[in-house]
Ligand binder design. Sequence first.
Ligand code: CA
Ligand code: CA
Ligand code: CA
Length: 204
Amino acid sequence: MRNARKITLILVVVVMVIGTMAMGALSYFSDTETSAGNTFTAARLDMTIDGQNGVNVQKFNIERFSPGSQPKKSWTIANIGDIKGYFGISSVIVQNLENALTEPEEEAGDVTADIGELGDLVNIRLFIDYGKDGWVSTGDKTIYNGKISNLPSSFDLDEEISAGGDIAIVALFDWWNNGDLDNTAQSDTCNIDFTFRLTQRTDQ
Ligand SMILES: [Ca+2]
Ligand SMILES: [Ca+2]
Ligand SMILES: [Ca+2]
């Protein structure tokens, strides 16, 4: 009986000690802060040509082109995104169409009735016009200078365009005097399709 009272007393003391410890734990200083609302928002990389977005921009449609002419055309390539991009020409496709094989063409030795010669005779100077004056100036970057038919299928230019920035690309065509050979291109059409590309780089 005495032992039972002793055990009960011990249990009461243990419970009181645990209770006091718990009360002591609740009384410690504490503080909390939050870090909520953490988000990721993807950047934007979006290119326009002459302010046009998502539509083909036909830059030139030159009619009645003849030797001695020097037409030029300029594209404004803009990065309307919010990170810088790197510009290149990912595809160049040249087609030389004969259209009609006229009498002067035959007389000049054109024997290919289904292949045009215009792109073989006309020079194209393609450059980045840093001065934006439309002409090749000191410091401008020449992309290509040669006959249209010899254009490579792409140009890996790696030309930086900052967010909100733009560059001017100019194509300057020269049909210099090639003598009688010029007659082989009468009535011909030369078609050039460019695909411009703006890409992000991971090391920026
Ligand atoms: Ca675009
Ligand atoms: Ca021909
Ligand atoms: Ca022709």
